[in-house]
Write a new protein. Structure first.
Length: 240
């Protein structure tokens, strides 16, 4: 009787802890989950904890560990079934792809939703050999936290050897405004000052640095910027 009651407690813990972990995982955002889908990641995490506790603590009854593992496996199969048969439920328990760059400009609202900073996005772009935001037509943070990016027409890579093209030195972004704050040191290194920066923004009737989410200058002299909450209504829908 005692074993039965304890087994029911184990099942109750599994039924409560996994939904709680799922809610916490969704709240923490894509950056925290790694490569696996969020629910699969949590199942692996809980399974590892259950097995690890059983191995490390001789006082734990093996039958409880077995019951917990079986319950987790059944719950995982049930969740997978519900995801396959209910797209709405699937969207509730997983991350959706999120547009973070559109037409060469950051979409700061979406970046805040997925808890990615400018530095995070720039690093992920560099890993794809993209060194300037202005060349990106659209960039999407996927459910697993990786980034997918499409370059603008004419910026896609070609094999220079195949086309007989001479190597051309590429450009890269040097941030001069990050989230409304002017990076004075970097700006001075580029031979510019805040007056020059104001003149560039004034061309588009922008007078306040705080209105700029991101601005950069390339070694070739190209100036680019993204305003806060800029034109989000024109962003194409990305959904599963």
């Amino acid at each position: 009787m005692d074993i039965l009651l304890e087994s029911v407690k184990v099942l109750g813990r599994i039924a409560t802890i996994l939904p709680l972990l799922l809610a916490i995982g969704l709240y923490m955002g894509k950056r925290s989950m790694g490569e696996l889908p969020v629910f699969d990641f949590l199942v692996v995490l809980v399974l590892g904890s259950v097995v690890g506790a059983d191995i490390a603590d001789p006082k734990i009854n093996h039958i409880h560990t077995v019951i917990a593992m079986i319950a987790i496996a059944i719950l995982h199969r049930l969740i997978t079934y519900l995801k396959l048969n209910s797209p709405r439920f699937g969207r509730m328990i997983t991350f959706q792809p999120t547009v973070v760059i559109y037409n060469g400009r950051f979409v700061d609202k979406n970046m805040k939703k997925v808890k990615f900073s400018i530095d995070n996005i720039i690093q992920l772009l560099r890993e794809k050999n993209i060194f300037t935001v202005k060349d990106v037509e659209i960039a999407v943070v996927e459910a697993n936290g990786r980034i997918s990016a499409k370059l603008k027409t004419g910026k896609e890579w070609v094999t220079k050897e195949e086309f007989g093209l001479r190597p051309v030195q590429g450009e890269y972004d040097i941030p001069v405004i990050l989230d409304g704050y002017v990076q004075v040191d970097l700006l001075n290194r580029m031979g510019r000052d805040e007056n020059w920066l104001r003149q560039q923004l004034a061309k588009d009737n922008i007078t306040n640095f705080q209105d700029i989410f991101y601005a950069a200058l390339t070694p070739g002299g190209t100036f680019l910027y993204s305003q806060r909450d800029g034109k989000s209504s024109q962003i194409p829908p990305i959904d599963h």
